[in-house]
Design a protein around this ligand. Structure first.
Ligand SMILES: Nc1ncnc2c1ncn2[C@@H]1O[C@H](COP(=O)(O)OP(=O)(O)OP(=O)(O)O)[C@@H](O)[C@H]1O
Length: 255
């Protein structure tokens, strides 16, 4: 569809970790087919702090689910470090996700009856330990909590932590199996602005430790903290910065 648009393509030199090519996502409801994402083409540079920005309903979460292999495009493809996601079975995708993607949620989603340490350890149990032997998992959990400055709170339950501290534990959990990519849907949506900035500082630090962090936000201030970004409107890319993307001019956006 974007071939019909006056498309602009930005070329920058950063290597792409993820390439999204002509991705369209449609859903069929009882009465009609609705297109949620229209022919998106863009790259996520390796080791970027990458924002998917846009107003409510613009398709951010739908896109994030495609990048995580949770949902499949109707057309087009996602190539993740050379691996095409849609060509895989559900089981293969789940295994792939366990090794390649750590997920961070807006409402933290820690297990309330487990300590910070146990929450991270559980991720290692479920994810197979990120290539480590079982005897090394406890050490790994400590390293992850230290990385997010939660080394002093390992024995606290989530209810004994502030929102920002809970999100740090959730980031440590996402790091447990050492995935190259972290994916976060409104990671600071439940936090005050000062705490949110400190969480973004932690996410930025992770990009200096070879992680690529992709996050969704509807907040332009938080989007501006990214090293690369796309802005969505009605399921189309209307702006990009720090990356390669096909842009739909605002006057051509479908609504
Ligand atoms: N399964 C579905 N069936 C029909 N419409 C859907 C479905 N899932 C999402 N949508 C619609 O697709 C659009 C994009 O939804 P999405 O959740 O991706 O937006 P978003 O930008 O993440 O919004 P928010 O910031 O409010 O979370 C919305 O209009 C939503 O109502």
């Amino acid at each position: 569809m974007s071939d019909m648009h006056t498309a602009t393509r930005y070329h920058l030199n950063a290597p792409a970790l993820i390439q999204v090519e002509h991705l369209t996502r449609s859903v069929t409801t009882r009465t009609q087919q609705t297109t949620l994402l229209h022919d998106l083409t863009f790259d996520v540079p390796a080791q970027s702090l990458f924002a998917i920005n846009g107003p409510s309903g613009s398709g951010k979460s739908t896109l994030l689910n495609m990048l995580a292999g949770i949902d499949q495009p109707t057309k087009g493809r996602v190539i993740f470090a050379g691996y095409e996601l849609k060509a895989q079975s559900e089981n293969a995708l789940a295994r792939w996700r366990g090794h390649n993607v750590g997920i961070i949620f807006q409402f933290f989603q820690l297990i309330p009856t487990l300590t910070a340490f146990e929450n991270v350890l559980l991720a290692l149990e479920l994810g197979g330990g990120g290539g480590l032997r079982r005897k090394d998992w406890r050490g790994r959990a400590r390293v992850c909590l230290d990385t997010v400055e939660m080394g002093a709170f390992t024995q606290r339950l989530p209810a004994e932590l502030s929102g920002g501290q809970q999100q740090r534990v959730a980031i440590a959990r996402a790091l447990a199996n050492d995935p190259p990519v972290l994916i976060a849907d409104e990671p600071t949506g439940n936090l005050d602005s000062v705490t949110a900035h400190s969480i973004f500082q932690t996410l930025t630090n992770l990009t200096h430790q070879k992680k690529t962090v992709i996050y969704v936000t509807h907040n332009p201030q938080f989007a501006s903290l990214a090293s690369a970004r796309i802005d969505l409107l009605d399921g189309q890319i209307v702006h990009a910065d720090g990356t390669t993307a096909i842009i739909t001019p605002l006057k051509e956006v479908h609504s």
